[in-house]
Design a protein around this ligand. Structure first.
Ligand code: BDR
Ligand code: CA
Length: 311
């Protein structure tokens, strides 16, 4: 079992990714830190605890991290995730649960105490990770990989034509993390548009004997009502499934920069996919990460569903 640590802003699709990880025999979830993003910090913390409680996984430690982006005012996405952040789900009472340790300190401690290098799955704005790297750069020595849901390539973003939500909310944090030099896989918004389930697959989740699959079904139905689309992008599960099975997503090592100064391009991930540049780039100092180029929908669906249904 690969040891993983999840950092998220629990919204609907974060919840789905958490459920898949909890159910999968391939990963061991060491802990979860939460961050302000889709909803405010308190709600992201509560939602995470609620999801764990719903599937009797409340032994997984959860700590609340940063309450705002590094320098910007928080932008939420309640229009996508619903007022609570978890669609129409009835949330159990989790008052008083969870850790009192700060999420950033918990992340640092978990990574340093692990007897094996930890994979960090980052599903929200990158504020906690950026602060952790600044506070204790030595964590890099025990990190296997970062798997990040964030950014957008040529097909465009979701918050703006060029920016994806997680990067848009805290571009300064994203820049710190992407410039860290850590081995990183970036699962961008454009490939996540292919991460969806068919009616028949959804029916299977609904009829499964696994409570996690039933909760996932309810959450996905909420997402599907958005903009009256019959399918919607399961972005955080796409990142989690790319970790569970590398063949779900094809990636390529590419130079990347985050736009932090732009007015209309705030949070844009400028990914250099040019086969050759008009003016050749010499001494290229730009960070390079593994950027997702293609997601295979059937493989994604199989990995996601098998995890949820423990098949
Ligand atoms: C990302 O932003 C959030 O709304 C989702 O939870 C996902 O992490 C998609 O852009
Ligand atoms: Ca998220």
């Amino acid at each position: 079992m690969k040891p993983i640590f999840i950092d998220c802003d629990t919204g609907v699709d974060d919840a789905l990714a958490i459920l898949a990880a909890l159910q999968s025999p391939q990963v061991e979830v060491l802990g979860i830190s939460t961050v302000a993003g889709n909803v405010e910090a308190d709600a992201a913390f509560r939602n995470t605890l609620a999801v764990l409680e719903l599937v009797s996984a409340d032994s997984i430690p959860v700590a609340k991290g940063m309450e705002a982006p590094l320098t910007r005012t928080l932008t939420t996405a309640k229009e996508v995730h619903g007022e609570s952040g978890l669609g129409n789900l009835t949330l159990p009472d989790v008052a008083g649960k969870g850790m009192t340790e700060h999420g950033v300190d918990f992340l640092i401690r978990t990574v340093k105490q692990s007897d094996r290098p930890v994979t960090l799955v980052l599903l929200g704005p990158l504020t906690n990770m950026a602060v952790a790297l600044k506070k204790d750069p030595s964590i890099a020595n025990n990190i296997a990989e970062l798997v990040i849901m964030g950014g957008a390539d040529a097909a465009g973003g979701n918050v703006t034509p060029v920016a994806e939500f997680n990067i848009y909310v805290d571009p300064e944090a994203a820049r710190i993390v992407l410039e860290s030099g850590l081995p990183t896989r970036l699962v961008t918004w454009d490939v996540c548009l292919d991460a969806w389930l068919t009616e028949a697959e959804l029916k299977e989740l609904e009829q499964s004997a696994e409570p996690a699959a039933n909760v996932a079904h309810e959450l996905i139905q909420f997402l599907r009502t958005l903009y009256n689309k019959d399918h919607s992008a399961l972005s955080d599960p796409a990142a989690m499934c790319a970790l569970l099975d590398e063949s779900v997503i094809e990636s390529e090592s590419l130079p990347i920069e985050v736009e932090t100064a732009g007015t209309v391009t705030r949070g844009m991930t400028v990914i250099d996919t040019r086969p050759f540049a008009t003016i050749p780039v010499t001494n290229d100092a730009r960070p390079r990460v593994q950027v997702a180029r293609k997601l295979y929908r059937e493989r994604f669906a199989a990995v996601f569903m098998n995890a949820l249904m423990r098949k």
